[in-house]
Design a protein around this ligand. Structure first.
Ligand code: FES
Length: 145
């Protein structure tokens, strides 16, 4: 069902963890399954992504796509990182089963959320970037049991 690359990134995920003093941090949730992803970016004064880490409470496809996505954004400018779509990440992994494509959205959305956090903190605008759709903390505050 899964390609060798997916299995490799699932079993040996790259860039797992947290970054202290991250330039941007974003947390998103997958509306379909409730899984959660957090992404940390360290961005230098030239808007180059120096380092990246992620943590997830998600399925194997979410782990593999996030791992691959972190490898793809590292060393890129924030503008270049904006061009990396979940389809591009899935292709870099030699494909995902169609039923698992929604999982790859977590990585893309978490990167965008972290970039949004960075842009907001630094009062800059990143072309094509919009406010993250899912903000976990806001959602939690709104939910009442
Ligand atoms: Fe939730 Fe894959 S099933 S991210």
């Amino acid at each position: 069902m899964y390609s060798e690359k997916v299995m490799d990134h699932f079993q040996n995920p790259r860039n797992v963890g947290e970054l202290e003093n991250a330039s941007g941090m974003g947390t998103v949730g997958n509306a379909k399954c409730g899984d959660i992803m957090r992404m940390y970016l360290d961005i230098d004064e030239n808007q180059v992504i120096r380092d990246v880490r992620f943590k997830t409470f998600g399925c194997g496809a979410a782990v593999a796509t996030s791992s691959m996505a972190t490898e793809m954004v590292k060393g890129k400018t924030v503008q270049e990182a904006m061009q990396i779509t979940n389809q591009a990440v899935a292709e870099a992994l030699d494909g995902l089963p169609p039923v698992k494509m929604h999982c790859s959205l977590l990585a893309e959305e978490a990167i965008h959320a972290a970039l949004w956090d960075y842009a907001t903190k630094n009062h800059i605008t990143i072309e094509g970037l919009t406010k993250p759709r899912t903000d976990i903390s806001e959602e939690e505050e709104e939910e009442e049991y």
